[in-house]
Ligand binder design. Sequence first.
Ligand SMILES: C[S@@+](CC[C@H](N)C(=O)[O-])C[C@H]1O[C@@H](n2cnc3c(N)ncnc32)[C@H](O)[C@@H]1O
Length: 308
Amino acid sequence: MSFAEYSEEIREGDVAIVYLSHESLMAVTVRHGAQTQTRYGAIRHSDDLIGKRYGAKVTCSKGGWVYVLHPTPELWTMALPHRTQILYATDIATITLMLELKPGSVVCESGTGSGSLSHAILRTIAPTGHLYTVEFHQQRAQKAQEEFKEHRVDHLVTVGNRDVCKDGFGVTGVADAIFLDIPSPWDAVPHAKTALKCSGGRVGSFSPCVEQVQRTCEALSRHGFHELNTLEVVLRVHEVRTVSLPLPDFGPDVLSPEVPLPPAFHHAAATLKTTTPPREMPAHTGSSVFGYKEDDHLQTTEGLCGSS
Ligand SMILES: C[S@@+](CC[C@H](N)C(=O)[O-])C[C@H]1O[C@@H](n2cnc3c(N)ncnc32)[C@H](O)[C@@H]1O
């Protein structure tokens, strides 16, 4: 098992996702002889997990059942232990798109926080890319490092324990993309520019307040980033309902009496599916700013990079 690569069989040491419902799932480290308690009873790792296929339905000791799923960044985001505010799948999907991430991309991120975004980046850039993630809180940096190792993606990531606003990302001229999720992203913009590769590169920053977004945009413009876009992604889930509508009665078909009316027209009502958007929705999580590095149209030469 690795968060960046699928395997069929559950093995000792894997992190499996025990899925009770969409609202209730937990990450479990599989160990010989261990048990995990759920509201449906205990899961015995040796008998119920090890050697079974991911996706299996496992019956717990009280007779209820759960699914045991292969971990994905999306499931991890729903199950991870929160050490900070985290980014969720809707924003992460947009960030991945807007930063143009792909296998092989080199990415710098700060702060690491609870590693929710980091896991999604790692899955996208594997097997040949690299993530440099910077977190100034020592325990958070250390815990993230432990989790990356346990999830077998540690070869794809370097965790830096420093203040990104003062000391930067620790790399120069290598990153395809930078992402900031810190309270004062404008202070890290000069370091983002240094870390980005000589030609081209994308920058993104997530902030909950519009005042932070404004200051970040100003700093990005000042440092020559262009085509700045600010996005807020709001997921609007429509409710699907079956409704019964009365049909209009047009009377006998006098124009073409030889053509029979379709059977539905002989009924007084038609049944159909319809959707309704939510009337109220708690939506705002924050806004993300994205931009291009100024010199992305220039040639990649030592001289130009040095002068940018
Ligand atoms: C909102 S959390 C990031 C959450 C992360 N994106 C996720 O999805 O789990 C912000 C993190 O940035 C860290 N941080 C804030 N300012 C920082 C700085 N100047 N340098 C490095 N880390 C910083 C905080 O300690 C915190 O862990």
